[in-house]
Design a protein. Structure first.
Ligand SMILES: [Zn+2]
Ligand SMILES: [Zn+2]
Length: 141
């Protein structure tokens, strides 16, 4: 199965063909700093395997999805994030930015400016919670 897509900036970052600030990586996921941070802390958790977006996750990605979620705790621990004031979520099609699935981790919420607050508005049509995607994934079975 194809795991690396040409002309995908995140695939290039994962395979070290493009520069980035990696915070964490293992066999399944990579976490980088967002180059255009919306708050003091802004990280992106990427599956190492190319998946276009959250809507294209299927039931066999279950374990991978759980690894993406558990990476939030690893990053919070590493970077000293208070999870009670941290926003996480995924873009929901057709409102994608980069077509490689990524979980946004933004903290603290109070430092997010008005425009970014709109882009990363929780449970909107364009930005959905990890719980939303989790139940979407369950219904894919
Ligand atoms: Zn990719
Ligand atoms: Zn994004």
């Amino acid at each position: 199965m194809e795991t690396h897509i040409n002309n995908c900036i995140f695939c290039d970052i994962i395979s070290n063909k493009a520069p980035s600030e990696k915070i964490y990586e293992d066999d399944y996921v990579t976490c980088i700093k967002d180059i255009n941070p919306a708050s003091t802390h802004h990280y992106l958790i990427l599956p190492n395997k190319h998946i276009n977006n959250a809507k294209e996750l299927c039931s066999r990605d279950d374990e991978l999805y759980d690894r993406i979620l558990s990476t939030v705790d690893i990053i919070a621990e590493k970077q000293g994030l208070d999870l009670t004031v941290t926003r996480t979520g995924f873009h929901w099609p057709p409102f994608n930015t980069i077509s490689h699935l990524h979980l946004h981790v933004i903290s603290p919420i109070c430092n997010i400016n008005l425009f970014k607050k709109f882009i990363f508005k929780p449970n909107s049509y364009w930005f959905v919670s990890t719980d939303y995607v989790k139940s979407y994934l369950k219904n894919q079975k």
